[in-house]
Design a protein around this ligand. Structure first.
Ligand SMILES: Cc1cc2nc3c(=O)[nH]c(=O)nc-3n(C[C@H](O)[C@H](O)[C@H](O)COP(=O)(O)O)c2cc1C
Length: 179
């Protein structure tokens, strides 16, 4: 799939087929995360690949019932990838903690690669961190930043709306319409 097609057609997928993800494809998409850019190239991220059914159910239990991705994590997706990062292994500038950016970029690279492979993903950040930490034995010091179900989509969800170009993109200075 061509890059712009990947960007335009990626969706948050919350319904999955039961089909397994092959080891080769899994490694390929995880590699896309590994080569992501980061603050001073410090690579503060760690990824935990969860395939054990009971562990996935426990991760889902760390999510509120209202989280629309709960069933995908606990029941339908064959894989869940848990994203962790060590704030001390990254940097900060003017109070901005770059571990979140580092970790987010790596996860997004993985998600785009996954979509190019015909797989679906969904960012999940609404969960109880302490519970997720326990399920995956994440050491103190690391934050559990997010997780995603990973598997073959049951169907392609429709596109969610976005703000208009003019509202968010300026020319030279804030507020100037981009020409
Ligand atoms: C940081 C972050 C956290 C998110 N957390 C959740 C979540 O906990 N549960 C969920 O169902 N979707 C979650 N989402 C997915 C968003 O709802 C989704 O990206 C947005 O509605 C746009 O839809 P799209 O990804 O299909 O374009 C999260 C997205 C981001 C970027």
């Amino acid at each position: 799939m061509e890059l712009y097609e990947v960007l335009e057609t990626r969706r948050s997928v919350r319904k999955y087929k039961i089909d397994e993800v092959s080891e080769d494809v899994l490694k390929k998409v995880l590699e896309a995360a590994r080569i992501s850019p980061s603050w001073s190239n410090l690579q503060c991220w760690r990824f935990i690949v969860v395939r054990d059914r009971a562990a996935k159910k426990k991760l889902a239990a760390s999510m509120p019932d209202k989280n629309p991705a709960k069933k995908a994590v606990g029941d339908t997706a064959p894989v869940v990838v848990v994203l962790c990062a060590d704030p001390k292994e990254s940097g900060d500038q003017d109070g901005k903690d770059y571990y979140l950016l580092d970790a987010g970029l790596a996860m997004q690279q993985m998600m785009l690669a996954a979509h190019a492979e015909g797989l679906g993903t969904c960012w999940v950040a609404w969960f109880d961190e302490a519970k997720a930490r326990e399920v995956c034995s994440v050491p103190e010091g690391y934050r559990v930043v997010g997780l995603t179900p990973l598997g073959y989509p049951e169907k392609q969800p429709s596109a969610r709306p976005r703000k208009d170009f003019e509202e968010i993109i300026f020319d030279e200075k804030w507020g100037n319409p981009f020409k």
